[in-house]
Design a protein. Structure first.
Length: 399
């Protein structure tokens, strides 16, 4: 009797596709699990992924050998062992409490007028000229400016931070190929030195930014190097994912004028639209978890020590949970997408901030442009685990 193996999931091949969602559909249809890399299973269906993202039988904390295999020897493996994304309680609980105060919904709400002003400033040339690039003119600039004020980063440094944060994002793939490792290490070292300098800089008085507060943390609670690495992580995570939400969203709306017309008719729909854009083309496509206790999925028991790759992008397009998942519907409600992690202790720390920036940007687009359409060929950035663009040229008609 022959054994039928589950289908193979290849993150690199999927990353090369302009549209991976038809492949995800076929993988879901084939079964609840796909084969990934060594000792790795990939979960593609919504019900399974949603049930596992907060399951305490799984953990986010991998041993150092895992990071060395994925990232090589040196600073990257060390960095990934420190950031809260890859820590379990109690370390994760401490770090989230220390870093999370500036990113709560009330804290973000207090900065909404400032975010609106940044959007208006960045898109003022588009209003005058009738064109802009969603990546270079908006998405690459807004999140890092917002983060600079939250963290306490000098605005003069953001043009140097931005490309290095994007380079560092390569390390968040399931596996970092050898050719990319040197430049990624260089980006990490540079960002560590920048953040360390912020901690050491003389301040005239107590500030309200994150660095000012973290400088006073007792080393017994979290040592300085751990704090530095987690601020570096915030600069990457808060930049890259929001950048991709904005550029993916602009591209999707420009290709669907009927959906943009809904927002123009009623900007109160924009928050729902942001949730739908997150579902439709999730910036972060996967989460990896280490199995601590046996987990049964579709009749197969996954043993401790194995890795489960939770395919958020596939789950968000599961036809058993979402009607017409391949269609963008800015009025979709409810919309229980998993793009910010789907709940649990590892829910995205910057979710409220990313949502606020997207609501501000798409509200401006709806109010100030009577039309927005492709102004040239959009260019995808093909990287495992992320959906993003290098360029999204657009033509707009100012109102």
């Amino acid at each position: 009797m022959s054994l039928t193996l589950p289908p193979k999931y290849d993150a690199v091949e999927l990353a090369a596709l302009e549209d991976p969602y038809p492949v995800y559909r076929r993988l879901r249809a084939a079964g609840p699990l796909c084969r990934g890399g060594p000792a790795q299973w990939v979960v593609t269906r919504y019900a399974d992924v949603a049930g596992l993202v907060g399951d305490d039988r799984l953990g986010a904390e991998f041993d150092r050998d895992y990071h060395r295999i994925a990232l090589g020897e040196g600073p990257l493996a060390d960095f990934f062992g420190r950031v809260m994304l890859n820590r379990d309680p109690p370390a994760h609980t401490v770090l989230r409490r220390l870093l999370g105060r500036e990113f709560t919904t009330p804290a973000v709400r207090r900065r909404r007028e400032r975010i609106d002003a940044m959007v208006a400033e960045l898109l003022a040339p588009a209003v005058r000229e009738g064109r802009f690039d969603a990546v270079t003119d908006l998405a690459d600039k807004l999140p890092i400016r917002v983060l600079a004020e939250f963290v306490g980063l000098d605005l003069a440094d953001i043009d140097e931070v931005r490309p290095r944060a994007r380079t560092l994002s390569q390390a968040f793939a399931t596996y970092l190929a050898e050719p990319e490792r040197a430049e990624t290490v260089e980006a990490l070292v540079w960002m560590r030195e920048l953040v360390a300098g912020l901690f050491e800089a003389e301040r005239k008085g107590p500030g309200e930014d994150l660095i000012s507060r973290l400088r006073e943390v007792d080393p017994a609670t979290a040592d300085r190097r751990t704090l530095i690495d987690n601020v570096v992580f915030l600069l990457f995570a808060g930049f890259a994912t929001t950048t991709d939400l904005l550029s993916n969203g602009c591209a999707a709306l420009a290709a669907r004028p009927d959906q943009l017309a809904i927002l123009r008719a009623d900007t109160g729909v924009v928050p729902r639209a942001v949730e739908e854009l997150l579902r439709f083309d999730a910036p972060v496509q996967v989460k990896s978890r280490l199995v601590h206790r046996p987990v049964e999925i579709g009749g197969r028991v996954v043993k401790p020590g194995r890795v489960l790759v939770l395919q958020l992008g596939s789950a968000n397009h599961d036809e058993t949970r979402f009607a017409r998942p391949a269609e963008l519907d800015v009025t979709r409600h409810p919309n229980p997408h998993l793009s910010f992690g789907g709940g649990g202790i590892h829910q995205c720390l910057g979710a409220a901030l990313a949502r606020a920036e997207a609501v501000s940007a798409f509200t401006f687009v709806a109010r100030r442009f009577t039309a927005m359409e492709p102004g040239g060929q959009a260019v995808r950035r093909h990287t495992p685990n992320f959906r993003s663009y290098l360029s999204v040229p657009l033509r707009v008609t100012p109102s």
